[in-house]
Design a protein around this ligand. Structure first.
Ligand SMILES: *[C@@H]1O[C@H](CO)[C@@H](O)[C@H](O)[C@H]1NC(C)=O
Ligand SMILES: *[C@@H]1O[C@H](CO)[C@@H](O)[C@H](O)[C@H]1NC(C)=O
Ligand SMILES: *[C@@H]1O[C@H](CO)[C@@H](O)[C@H](O)[C@H]1NC(C)=O
Ligand SMILES: *[C@@H]1O[C@H](CO)[C@@H](O)[C@H](O)[C@H]1NC(C)=O
Ligand SMILES: *[C@@H]1O[C@H](CO)[C@@H](O)[C@H](O)[C@H]1NC(C)=O
Ligand SMILES: *[C@@H]1O[C@H](CO)[C@@H](O)[C@H](O)[C@H]1NC(C)=O
Length: 482
């Protein structure tokens, strides 16, 4: 009898434990607290929507770091992330609490992210949209994740001119202008300068015109398979249709600013995400497909602007070594001249007109904010690049030429560091160090050969003309991992 009761208690405790660890909550109330579970590999659901398709989760990133994310459960793809100051650790000191605000913090390093609200409950609506609201009759929404997009926009989410979608590596962003969608790159470093625009889609205004002063536009992905620009009412000022236009699809649609600067659209087929829209279908039209000081030849692939600095680890020039030409340090730079090149997205680049190439080059040489110029001998356009040189287009026309500055001080420092490294490794055996150094030098010389990487167009579940030019197939597409 006694044993029976004991077993019953055990069973009850066991069910309670199991329930606590598997069932995801549908609502968070004040006093809620959760810490990351060390055994979870991909994501740890915290709060679920009513369908169970989405959950607010701890998402594992870079092995031991954590992001607060809304995850599409069947695929594990993140559709929203808290835009926190840095990433938290996947470990005990990290915790998410709800005390009126959702707060992600680390007991050691403090608050990473907070909604700064005084709400009563948190729910995940099936859009998916995370909402914090007040209790009671006027259950007003105080905060919603729809207003703070990360790199993704889901269908029916309003994207306004006050928002931006930023790629997860922080380099590329989508924003709205008065009558266009723009994609911008952060090539200028953390400074005051505005970002470089590399893609612009002006509203066609076929069915409704955009009226100046009648309010800002907004962008929305429709479940009918298009991306619409709206100013007022429901008639779109612009429609960009996806491959699956007016086809009903089983799962949600989303668009995302990718780490290579493209804007892509996907829908969930029930078993996988299908790519059905790409803003920039040609690889060489991406903002920097071959990395800094790279050269992209349409249909062929990547090489380097400078034949003497051939690709190291897939990059023509290590971007973290790029300095400031206007800095106080001796700003030495090497000059590269090359014919048969033109700027990418040239219709969006600033230019002046000069009578000759020499004049164009001279305007850049003496100006420390100028990193290079590209000249077209036919139009006399002198395009000015005021950020460290990214990928340039190789076109082969002899009347198009370029002049580029390559920061040299950084290269010297790098060689010094390499020397110190080798020295330490060899300890007192300086002689051996020299031998190794010499060997490395010889090797790197031998590797300085002109190499063309062929562009492979990786077709991940693409329907129609859109191909996924994913980062895996295109070595230096990802300029950094955040
Ligand atoms: C909730 O917790 C955070 C972090 O501990 C704190 O800064 C904030 O003041 C708290 N908010 C309320 C309403 O207690
Ligand atoms: C998006 O904006 C439209 C028009 O302003 C509005 O009717 C709709 O409710 C908004 N949708 C959401 C989810 O906020
Ligand atoms: C749309 O714009 C027209 C013209 O400016 C205006 O008369 C109308 O009230 C607007 N409608 C809405 C829903 O804002
Ligand atoms: C680099 O090599 C290519 C092909 O060998 C040649 O056409 C080009 O002029 C060279 N460029 C420079 C800057 O040396
Ligand atoms: C230097 O170049 C920048 C653009 O890179 C331009 O705005 C500025 O006017 C130039 N300065 C001079 C003195 O030419
Ligand atoms: C540029 O054009 C001028 C006049 O059309 C011509 O004389 C000159 O040779 C051209 N330069 C180059 C490098 O093609």
């Amino acid at each position: 009898m006694e044993i029976c009761r004991f077993l019953m208690y055990l069973a009850i405790i066991f069910t309670l434990l199991v329930e606590e660890s598997t069932a995801t909550l549908q609502e968070l109330l004040k006093g809620f607290i959760v810490t990351p579970n060390p055994t979870v590999k991909n994501f740890q659901p915290i709060l679920s929507d009513s369908s169970g398709d989405f959950s607010l989760s701890f998402l594992r990133v870079n092995q031991d770091q954590l992001a607060l994310a809304i995850v599409h459960v069947p695929s594990g793809v993140s559709l929203w992330q808290a835009n926190s100051v840095g990433l938290a650790r996947w470990g005990k000191p990290t915790r998410l609490i709800f005390n009126g605000s959702l707060v992600l913090s680390d007991l050691d390093s403090g608050v990473f992210w907070s909604t700064r609200t005084e709400g009563d409950r948190v729910v995940l609506a099936s859009a998916p949209n995370l909402r914090i609201s007040k209790a009671g009759k006027s259950s007003s929404v105080l905060w919603q994740s729809f207003e703070f997009p990360y790199d993704t926009l889901v269908e029916n989410q309003n994207f306004t001119s006050a928002m931006s979608l930023v790629s997860s590596n922080g380099l590329y962003a989508m924003r709205l202008g008065p009558d266009f969608i723009g994609l911008y790159a952060k090539f200028k470093g953390p400074g005051s300068d505005p970002d470089q625009i590399y893609y612009r889609r002006r509203a066609m205004q076929a069915k409704a015109s955009i009226i100046q002063g009648a309010g800002p536009i907004l962008l929305r992905v429709s479940s009918d398979g298009f991306m619409g620009i709206y100013q007022n009412g429901s008639i779109p000022n612009d429609v960009q249709s996806f491959n699956s236009y007016q086809r009903s699809v089983s799962g949600p649609r989303r668009i995302r600013v990718e780490n290579n600067g493209n804007l892509k659209g996907y829908y969930w087929s029930g078993s996988s995400w299908v790519l059905d829209y790409e803003a920039i279908p040609e690889t060489c039209d991406l903002p920097s497909p071959c990395g800094p000081y790279g050269l992209c030849r349409p249909g062929v692939g990547c090489s380097c602007l400078d034949n003497q600095t051939q690709a190291q680890n897939g990059d023509c020039y290590p971007k973290q070594e790029i300095g400031d030409l206007c800095g106080s340090e001796e700003n030495k730079f090497r000059e590269i001249r090359r014919t048969g090149v033109e700027p990418p997205y040239k219709e969006l680049m600033g230019y002046t007109q000069t009578e000759s190439y020499e004049e164009c080059e001279k305007s850049c040489m003496m100006n420390c904010t100028c990193w290079g110029v590209l000249y077209n001998n036919a139009s006399k356009f002198c395009y000015n690049v005021d950020y460290p040189i990214q990928t340039i287009l190789e076109v082969g026309h002899e009347n198009k030429m370029g002049y580029f500055k390559l920061w040299e001080v950084a290269k010297k420092k790098r060689d010094q560091r390499l020397g110190i490294g080798i020295g330490l490794l060899c300890g007192a055996m300086i002689v051996l160090g020299f031998v190794v150094g010499f060997g490395v030098y010889k090797l790197s010389k031998r590797n300085k050969r002109f190499k063309n990487r062929i562009l492979e167009e990786d077709n991940i579940n693409a329907t129609g003309p859109y191909k996924d030019l994913g980062s895996s197939s295109f070595g230096s597409v990802e300029l950094s991992n955040r």
